[in-house]
Design a protein around this ligand. Structure first.
Ligand code: ZN
Length: 148
């Protein structure tokens, strides 16, 4: 009767891949109301993560990137840097589609507020001399099937 008979690997395992159907379902289940911790994140388009924001209020629940197959990491292709804007939007547009197979969504993670359950996308932009953590509210209405 040992108390620690099984060691959970869930804390060290990478977040699961979220396909389009899963993203749609998560988006549909997310609350419309946000909480106080999420107020600074109420951004319809990408924004830099506000300085001083408490990261602990968000929990990473999955990855939009297509995972490398087991044992095939060396042959994994780099995610495309192309963006998807069929309606003439741009990266920072509030109405830019959320296209999971295009940049920057293909290297984003889905995060959830621990208190209200609201969903956000996050990725890190690596510039030559800077790193920028970016965040965008996950609006399921903007989610598109952008093919392969
Ligand atoms: Zn919240």
């Amino acid at each position: 009767m040992s108390k620690n008979s099984s060691i959970s690997s869930s804390e060290t395992a990478p977040p699961p891949h979220l396909d389009l159907a899963t993203l749609r379902a998560l988006g549909a289940a997310a609350p419309a109301q946000d909480c106080e911790a999420c107020v600074p994140l109420r951004q319809p388009g990408w924004e830099s993560l506000p300085a001083g924001f408490d990261h602990r209020s968000l929990l990473c629940i999955g990855n939009l990137a297509t995972p490398a197959r087991d044992g095939d990491e060396e042959n994994a292709t780099e995610p495309t840097t192309r963006e998807y804007h069929p309606q003439g939007t741009h990266l920072w547009s509030e109405r830019a589609p959320i296209a999971p197979r295009h940049a920057p969504y293909n290297r984003s993670q889905l995060w959830q507020s621990r208190c209200c359950g609201r969903l956000f996308l996050r990725y890190t932009e690596y510039g030559g001399y800077y790193q920028d953590e970016r965040i965008r509210w996950f609006d399921p209405g903007l989610l598109v099937d952008d093919g392969c």
